[in-house]
Design a protein around this ligand. Sequence first.
Ligand code: ATP
Ligand code: ATP
Ligand code: MG
Ligand code: MG
Ligand code: MG
Ligand code: MG
Ligand code: MG
Length: 259
Amino acid sequence: VGNIDKIEPDYFRPFLFENGLMPSTWIVIRLDGCHFHRFCKIHEFEKPNDEKALNLMNSCAAALMEEFHDIIFSYGVSDEFSFVLKKDSQFYQRQASKILSVVVSFFSSVYVMKWKDFLPHRELKYPPCFDGRAVCYPSSEILRDYLAWRQVDCHINNQYNTCFWMLVKSGKSKREAQDYLKGTQAREKNELLAQQFGIDYNALPIIFRQGSSVFRVQEEKANGYGNGASVEKLNTRVVVEHCNIIEKHFWKEHPGILD
Ligand code: ATP
Ligand code: ATP
Ligand code: MG
Ligand code: MG
Ligand code: MG
Ligand code: MG
Ligand code: MG
């Protein structure tokens, strides 16, 4: 090692790589459980959907939104969650590596801390991890398209997985179930569920079919009585809902989120 006394912090600066996310764009952080196929098996998740595990994911997302106010909307399905930061967020000067690492590590820690609240009778056998990526979307339209894409994916996967696991639970091998479903259209899958298993797909729990949206709502806290009632202050609350975010309707109903 050369003369260590002469090293100034600026000496290392040129080695940093540029990772600033484009200004004035919606930053989306999507995290996804690593090898959750295995994680679910080892922790005996109900198939195709373990509702308690989904609620744990949702609770982690809500905790993240309580902690980091620049996150304005989150959408989760299966072992993934997307977090949307407000367009002009200056969170960590928009450095991708900082934002990603903070979001992913906070989420992972909360997941472990809250495990026993949601799955009290199942021991957490090893530390789960999540990978994350950051993408910038330049318009609210493209951002909504992105979220719609994740919700369409939720629907397609859930429909497939519901059929697959019904076939497996009825005695088919995984390979047979896979072959059976190869090339089937959405309508055929719904018919299979109805005819063979008496299941109305659209009557399955909405959390499975539409995933989970987490966002803030403002509640008006009225003060006083009768005609003289006045609004004292607005309480902000993080809520988890299972709603259609593909249609424009949701965004019209909640104009405060993206505008
Ligand atoms: P990778 O590390 O590449 O993400 P993975 O095994 O996590 O690998 P994914 O494509 O992310 O692969 O799939 C997640 C898996 O976890 C799927 O098999 C999904 O059905 C399962 N899974 C996630 N959450 C639940 C849940 N709440 N209940 C039942 N299964 C779940
Ligand atoms: P930032 O979020 O910007 O990193 P910070 O408060 O974590 O803020 P650091 O510059 O990372 O600031 O400094 C870490 C602080 O934690 C220091 O005050 C350091 O003394 C303290 N600290 C870390 N580890 C220990 C330890 N094992 N024992 C005592 N103090 C510690
Ligand atoms: Mg992955
Ligand atoms: Mg995964
Ligand atoms: Mg996944
Ligand atoms: Mg630091
Ligand atoms: Mg520190």
